[in-house]
Structures are given as structure tokens and as C-alpha cells.
Design a protein around this ligand. Structure first.
Ligand SMILES: NC(=O)c1ccc[n+]([C@@H]2O[C@H](COP(=O)([O-])OP(=O)(O)OC[C@H]3O[C@@H](n4cnc5c(N)ncnc54)[C@H](O)[C@@H]3O)[C@@H](O)[C@H]2O)c1
Length: 268
């Protein structure tokens, strides 16, 4: 039995990177997914790939899973309150409900000393990584509370627990995500809403070079991997597996957790 069968998930920032991986894993577990992103062509590509996989799976004579969840893309800016209102209505009108929200959209500036971060860069990272959660909470929590059911997952970061030089304000936004995750779990638990975050280690996505501050290369990846007890950097699948678990009923008693998926990096 697929682990998210019949569920409906909204995944922000799902046009690439970790969000794309989460959307694809959710679909394979039977979950309908709304790909919500400002990147239109990439978002449409992800939705198409999911729907193509779903079609070929169900028509395959030897089976495979025939219960992939379908996907739709919607242009969506997580920093705008009105967009949250609209996307909740879209979920209800298209799929009849919304069970899971993954606040995954995120951004940062190119690694640099804090005094060199421009005000515009600062405002953007705050708006995308933190204020979006305010807008999300205002629209989504009353809906989930009314249904007495909901799963709410934030993509945080290892940087929310241990900030390193060059990404200080980004780390600050993820520290906000971690404390807000715990506060929301406390506040909305009585309504049967589970709130958790995933804290990934550096992974090969669109943000990689901004985090590292240097061009991506095999040597740079190997250098970074040597700082990790498991001797590798993060990867999209590892994060998506965690996101499936936290959304599934297997995690029905798990709430208020900021879950590192980091190869042991925070242990050293
Ligand atoms: N890749 C890593 O190493 C890493 C590590 C820890 C945490 N994270 C977090 O993972 C999340 C996903 O990032 P990623 O690494 O997959 O990067 P990514 O750049 O591949 O994906 C981010 C997505 O967010 C979208 N986005 C940006 N601003 C948006 C907005 N205003 N509204 C809607 N969508 C918007 C982008 O278009 C993009 O598709 C982020 O929250 C990031 O902070 C990433």
C-alpha cells in the first residue's frame, strides 16, 4: 500500500531541487501534488514528468504501481498572502482537499561576510524563507484545524542549528524556521496537526554554489564530503525519503521535530 495514498500535498519551490524530489516521491506514494513555484517552465516540466510517469505506470501491462498521484503546476509566490489564499482554493477545487503542506521554497545570497549582504538581499531571504511561513500559517492552519487533520513540513537546514561564516542571515532564517516549527507544533497539536521540519545538509541543487561560494566541481564536493562523518554530501533522495516518512502515518506521533538529514554533520 503506497504510504500517502489518497492524500493531497502542496509543495512550494517544487520546480527544482529538493522540492522536485519531494513531489516525485510523494506522487509515487499515491499523493496528488501541487507544484507551486515562481519558476513556470521548470514547474511545468516537473508536473509533466510526474503525470507521464503516472500514465506509463498505470498502463504498463506488468503493473508497477498504478496508483501514482497526479500533479498540477501553479505559478505561486510564497511571499504573497493572496497567493496562499488562492492555492488553498486551488487544492480544494482540483483535488477536494489539502492534507499536507511542504514549505520548501527557499533562497539565499552568494556566500559572503554579513556586512556585504545588501539590504535587498537581506529583505529577500527574510521574505522567502520566513515571512512565507507567516502567510502559510494564516491561510492553512484554520483549514487544517477545521478538518482536525493536517501535516505541515518546513524545509529548514543544518544551518538553522549551526551557522557558519558567510551564510549568517540565511542561517538565521532557518533558526526562525526551527523555533517556529516547534511553536506551531505546540499550538496546533490539539487540532491534530503535526508540524515538523527537515534540516538538510548541503545538497546538489540550484542553491549549491551560493552556499559554498565557489564553482561546483567534483573536487569541491569531495572536499566538503570529508567534513561529514558519512563522507558524502546531502542528496535529494535522502531528503525526499525523510519528507515521505514525516508526511506518512508512520510518523503519526512525531511532531515538533527539527530532523537533521545530514550524514552526521551536526554530531561533529
Ligand atoms: N540544497 C541545499 O544544500 C540545502 C540545504 C539545506 C536546506 N536547503 C533548503 O531547501 C529548500 C529548497 O532549496 P533547493 O536547495 O532545492 O534549491 P533550488 O534553488 O533548487 O529550489 C528552490 C526553489 O524555490 C523556488 N522559489 C524561490 N523563491 C520563491 C518564491 N518566492 N515563491 C515560490 N517559489 C520560490 C525556486 O524557483 C526554486 O524552484 C530551501 O528552503 C533551502 O533553503 C537546501
Amino acid at each position: 500500500m503506497p504510504r500517502l495514498q489518497g492524500k493531497v500535498a502542496l509543495i512550494t519551490g517544487a520546480a527544482s531541487g529538493l522540492g522536485e524530489g519531494i513531489a516525485k516521491f510523494y506522487s509515487r506514494e499515491g499523493c496528488a501534488v501541487i507544484i507551486a513555484d515562481i519558476a513556470d517552465s521548470e514547474g511545468q516540466r516537473v508536473a509533466k514528468e510526474i503525470n507521464d510517469a503516472a500514465s506509463s505506470s498505470s498502463s504498463h501491462p506488468k503493473g508497477g504501481q498504478d496508483n501514482y498521484g497526479r500533479a498540477i503546476f501553479t505559478h505561486f509566490d510564497c511571499t504573497q498572502g493572496a497567493a496562499w489564499k488562492e492555492v488553498l482554493q486551488l487544492a480544494i477545487s482540483t483535488f477536494g482537499q489539502l492534507d499536507i503542506v511542504v514549505n520548501n521554497a527557499g533562497t539565499t545570497f552568494h556566500k559572503k561576510p554579513s556586512v556585504e549582504v545588501t539590504e535587498a538581499e537581506f529583505d529577500k531571504v527574510i521574505a522567502v524563507n520566513t515571512k512565507s511561513i507567516y502567510h502559510s500559517v494564516v491561510e492553512v492552519m484554520p483549514y487544517m484545524a477545521e478538518r482536525r487533520a493536517g501535516v505541515y513540513i518546513n524545509t529548514s537546514s543544518v544551518a538553522g542549528m549551526r551557522v557558519r561564516p558567510g551564510q549568517v542571515f540565511y542561517g538565521g532564517t532557518k533558526g526562525f524556521v526551527n523555533t517556529v516549527t516547534q511553536g506551531l507544533a505546540a499550538e496546533w497539536g490539539p487540532f491534530n496537526i503535526r508540524v515538523n521540519s527537515i534540516c538538510p545538509l548541503r545538497s546538489p541543487t540550484g542553491l549549491l554554489e551560493k552556499f559554498s561560494g565557489v564553482p561546483d566541481s567534483e573536487e569541491e564536493r569531495e572536499r566538503f564530503a570529508m567534513s561529514v562523518p558519512l563522507r558524502r554530501m546531502g542528496d535529494v533522495d535522502a531528503i525526499a525519503h525523510a519528507a515521505v516518512y514525516l508526511a506518512s502515518d508512520e510518523a503519526s506521533f512525531v511532531s515538533g521535530v527539527n530532523f537533521p538529514v545530514d550524514g552526521g554533520r551536526l554530531a561533529v
